[in-house]
Design a protein around this ligand. Structure first.
Ligand code: NAD
Length: 494
């Protein structure tokens, strides 16, 4: 049944000023799920004004109190986990066990951020002058604009919104237009725990009409973005021009190294999960397998078997192991890379085309695909495909494997399967990604560790973990002189 949804601005549910709407569709069935406001710069402006209006009150609310609100929110999310997971599967397509994990990440993030409310440690240090006190504290920056992708429609917004609020900022959130219902649910949950009006606002719409005005709005102090490199680069440029803080989480081209001393069956399971879980639409998806020549054929055989055994379908149905791509644009993108693979002379060991058949014809289903004979510099080994496609690159040594892994424009996640402790520690030292796994695939980040990547994956920020407040706070240094004299640092003590 299709519902009509609204923006959440200054604690009120309102339509777009223009009255325009857009539809949210189920990628597995094509069913219409809801109608959302097709907002514009004027709606965004309303939300920024509401957020600025609430700023002072929220900053003066003690951080432990802000944390308690997030703790209650976490409890509420946990209570509603199944409803939220089902809604996420309906609008995004990934299977229920995965959307349950997506929602659980929101619970974990709420509890983590809540605890930070009673820490938010500053630093005290001795002054170089007598009778003088010195310390530094974190302070909120102002209004944080949050723009997110559709692939983790619940978890990723929480990585940004919860720490931003905990730190004392107010937030305007533009959810992905592919998964707007999760944005609605988040606002509804905040309303239910009694978050004061204006502290958190949601404006639905597309990137051009809401996202870009958010980047440009003088009332937005920080832009926290998760999405593609193409859009992230535009936001970074505009943010620099306007002197804003911009935190970017973008694409990946993640590699799993499998050495000849590895448990090959374990590696095959991890590769299949990393490559085909979320239909390959994860920033941490396994998209390259960098495998020692001695175990190459065995590993390919096992991963192909696992790919062919996967049951595709509507993620809400029991037994389904892989859902659809999110939309037709994604179908065109992934299909386009099959043409690139053919041009590059790569072998398609399995898959390579749209999946059809009973229960699949109304959705954007793509076959789990294994490419072999991939060379490190090929486009299919360098560019983010963002679909259920994994390419095998054959190598002769650990050194070569590490070099291949590191030579892409991205640097999010990498992994090594080996039983040799020296190889494991060498890889931990020399793999140049933001996340490195040993004997585990490229996905599966935990919220209490920093998340983010090097090179084109980001711009140096890390979300979650002990770094969660860095993007959303400034440091303020405070000096208190109780000497009763004018004491001149660097002068009177030398
Ligand atoms: P996208 O860049 O197309 O869109 C992301 C968001 O930006 C959406 O909300 C969109 O409406 C908005 N947007 C689009 N144009 C804009 C503009 N001109 N100005 C401001 N906002 C604009 O990306 P997508 O297809 O939604 O997501 C897929 C990408 O996200 C992949 O590259 C994936 O790797 C990346 N991703 C990264 C992480 C991470 O943490 N590193 C996590 C999830 C997804």
């Amino acid at each position: 049944m299709s519902q009509t949804f609204q923006n959440y601005i200054g604690g009120k549910w309102v339509p777009a000023r223009s009255g325009k709407t857009f539809e949210n569709l189920n990628p597995a069935t094509g069913d219409k799920l809801g109608t959302f406001p097709e907002s514009g710069a004027d709606d965004l402006d309303d939300a920024v004004k509401a957020a600025r209006g609430a700023m002072r009150m929220w900053q003066l609310t003690p951080a432990p109190k802000r944390g308690e609100m997030l703790y209650k929110l976490g409890q509420l999310i946990a209570e509603k986990k199944e409803m939220l997971a089902q809604a996420a599967t309906r609008e995004m397509g990934k299977i229920l066990i995965e959307t349950r994990g997506d929602v659980q990440e929101g619970v974990d993030m709420a509890y983590l951020a809540a605890g930070e409310g009673r820490r938010m440690y500053g630093v005290t240090t001795p002054s170089e002058m007598p009778n003088k006190w010195a310390m530094s504290v974190r302070v909120p920056i102002g209004v944080v604009g949050v723009i997110t992708a559709w692939n983790f429609p619940f978890a990723v917004p929480t990585w940004k919104i919860f720490p931003a609020l905990l730190a004392g900022n107010t937030v305007v959130f533009k959810p992905s237009e592919e998964t707007p219902e999760m944005g609605y649910h988040l606002a509804k949950l905040f309303e239910e725990v009694g978050l004061p009006a204006g502290v958190f606002n949601v404006v639905h719409g597309n990137g051009k009409n809401v996202g870009w005005p958010m980047v440009q709005h003088p009332g937005v102090d920080v832009v926290s973005f998760t999405g593609s490199n193409a859009i992230g680069a535009q936001i970074a440029t505009e943010g620099a021009r306007l002197g804003k803080r911009v935190s970017l989480e973008m694409g990946g081209k993640n590699g799993v190294i499998v050495m000849d001393d590895a448990d090959v069956s374990l590696a095959a399971n991890a590769v299949a999960w990393g490559a085909f879980g979320t239909t390959g639409q994860r920033c941490t998806a396994t998209s390259r397998v960098i495998v020692h020549e001695r175990v190459h054929d065995e590993l390919v055989k096992l991963v192909v078997q696992r790919a062919q055994a996967l049951k595709l379908g509507d993620g809400l149905k029991d037994g389904v192991e892989m859902g659809p791509l999110v939309n037709d644009k994604q179908m065109q993108r992934v299909s386009g890379y099959m043409k690139v693979a053919a041009e590059e002379g790569v072998t398609i060991a399995t898959g390579g085309a749209r999946a059809t058949g009973a229960g699949l014809d109304n959705g954007h289903f793509f076959q789990p695909t294994v490419l072999t004979g991939v060379q490190a510099k090929m486009r299919v080994a360098q560019e983010e495909i963002f679909g259920p496609v994994v390419g095998f690159v054959k190598v002769k040594s650990l050194e070569e494997a590490i070099a291949v892994n590191n030579e892409t424009p991205f640097g999010l996640s990498s992994s090594i399967f080996t039983s040799n402790v020296n190889a494991a520690f060498t890889a931990m030292r020399d793999l140049t990604t933001g996340i490195v796994y040993v004997n585990h695939g490229t996905t599966g980040a935990e919220t209490h560790l920093p998340f983010g990547g090097t090179r084109g994956t980001g711009n140096g920020h890390r979300e979650a973990g002990h770094t969660m407040l860095d993007a959303f706070t400034e440091w303020k240094s405070l000096y208190v002189d109780f000497s009763g004299k004018v004491q001149r640092a660097q002068i009177d003590n030398n």
